[in-house]
Design a protein around this ligand. Structure first.
Ligand code: ACO
Length: 402
């Protein structure tokens, strides 16, 4: 690798790469991504196989610890996670203060950041690997509880406490769709769809939110606050917030009569700020492999649940038209992970403003793995440079003379 700091010391040059379009910030052994070929692998395992054969908690283990667990390792991990699913009762008081209609992502980032106040041992940058591991387990365990409580609050419903005999995803779904007053059976189709979607979102190397987690963590900030920063980065519609933006866009197109040509023309018009949400990617210049799996899953799941969603047809028409339009072809713009995921979330019963929170739930193991890797590798503090374009030196002018 080229030693940039040596070049700078010798020549005074720095690299200027707005948006880090071609700047590597780290080495990583977690996720392999080939944007030209449309390949994605976690720890060497193809995403297609993991989505088909694995569960989300197993993939979380793989990402965080580097290997698929044996049965004994998995049982131990699952038991540890189950032991920490409750959140401190005092956190509820703080949580109750949010306005009912406040955006779930704002609540999520605040609540995850607040965990650092309840678990101050997480603040120690010199914590042993074992101590760090306990913090990791706590975060993995409490996150679904927080996510489900945010949803229950939006409905004005009482929260449901975790049931530790359930597996990770079933427990989350029970806290989300369960009722205090009666037992609710979660459809296995829903559990399997959730596992698949969460696996597909679990890591994606140095994207905006993950780089944020690493850069915040590089100052030795604790895990909870580093992940809270990642959640904030994910919220934007150019990143994870795109899944909410896609459904809102499809709804607008539907209400406008469903004319895909007209909306594609808007997306192509450089004087119109409208972009085709869920299309394009910084790294993929080919089909996003996650989008391929999600598109198929979308058909299967809506079919199995007997859900007919008119926006699915609009999405398919938009994709078909865009993929034969020279504007999208020349720029290598394909559907990304967010294009069809929202349609599935909606069929499963989630409201639109929860979609990005579900993305965060899926991305959590990836963020944790990346934070852990950065810490284990003792990476230096992240501190980009700049090219100054402001005034040259000038003298202070007293207010009366300005
Ligand atoms: N609709 C219309 N035109 C687009 C789109 C789109 N969705 N995406 C890119 N383009 C065009 C740009 O206008 C630009 O055209 P130009 O060369 O004529 O100026 C060209 O394609 C390259 O686009 P950039 O914005 O330079 O690409 P960048 O890598 O910076 O952005 C991004 C990638 C942010 C994902 C972009 O494609 C986009 O805004 N997509 C819509 C939002 C979205 O779906 N985000 C989710 C991404 S996946 C994720 O984060 C989980």
């Amino acid at each position: 690798a080229i030693d940039i700091s040596k070049i700078r010391a010798e020549t005074g040059f720095i690299t200027l790469d707005p948006g880090f379009k071609n700047t590597g910030a780290t080495t990583s052994a977690i996720t392999y991504l080939d944007g030209e070929e449309g390949i994605l692998r976690y720890r060497g395992y193809p995403i297609e196989e993991l989505a088909e054969k694995s569960t989300f908690l197993e993939v979380a283990y793989l990402l965080i610890y580097g290997e698929l667990p044996t049965q004994a390792e998995f049982t131990d991990f699952q038991n540890k996670v189950s032991r920490h699913t409750l959140i401190h009762e005092d956190m509820k008081k703080f949580f109750e203060g949010f306005p009912t209609k406040s955006h779930p992502m704002g609540q999520l980032s605040a609540l995850v950041g607040a965990l650092s106040a309840f678990y101050p041992e997480s603040l120690n940058p010199d914590a042993s690997e074992e101590e760090d591991n306990l913090t990791i387990i706590k975060l993995l365990a409490k996150f679904p509880t927080i996510v489900s409580w945010i949803y229950k609050k939006s409905l004005g419903h009482p929260v449901i406490y975790p049931k530790n005999k359930l597996d990770y995803v079933s427990n989350y779904l029970n806290m989300t769709f369960g009722q205090l007053t009666e037992e609710v059976e979660i459809d296995p189709i829903v559990t399997s769809a959730m596992n698949k979607l969460l696996i597909l979102h679990a890591d994606h190397e140095q994207n905006c939110s993950t780089s944020t987690v690493r850069i915040v963590g590089s100052s030795n900030a604790n895990l909870f606050t580093s992940i809270s920063a990642g959640i904030s980065a994910l919220w934007g519609p150019l990143h994870g917030g795109a899944n909410q933006a896609v459904i809102e866009m499809l709804e607008r197109i539907k209400e406008d009569g469903g004319d895909s040509e007209k909306w594609l023309a808007k997306a192509k018009d450089k004087n119109d700020p409208f972009r085709l949400m869920g299309f394009g990617h910084r790294v993929y210049k080919n089909f996003d492999p996650r989008a391929k799996i999600i598109k198929k899953a979308c058909d299967d799941i809506l079919d199995s649940l007997g859900v007919q969603d008119p926006v699915l047809n609009i999405a398919k028409k938009l994709e078909e038209t865009a993929l034969s339009d020279p504007y999208f072809v020349d720029r290598k713009l394909y559907p990304n992970v967010d294009f069809y995921s929202g349609i599935i979330y909606r069929a499963l019963g989630f409201p639109t403003d929860m979609f990005t929170v579900l993305f965060a739930l899926g991305r959590l193991p990836g963020w944790i793995a990346q934070w852990k890797e950065m810490r284990t590798n003792k990476e230096p503090i992240g501190r980009p440079r700049q090219v100054y374009t402001g005034h040259p030196k000038r003298n202070f002018v007293a207010m009366k003379d300005r």
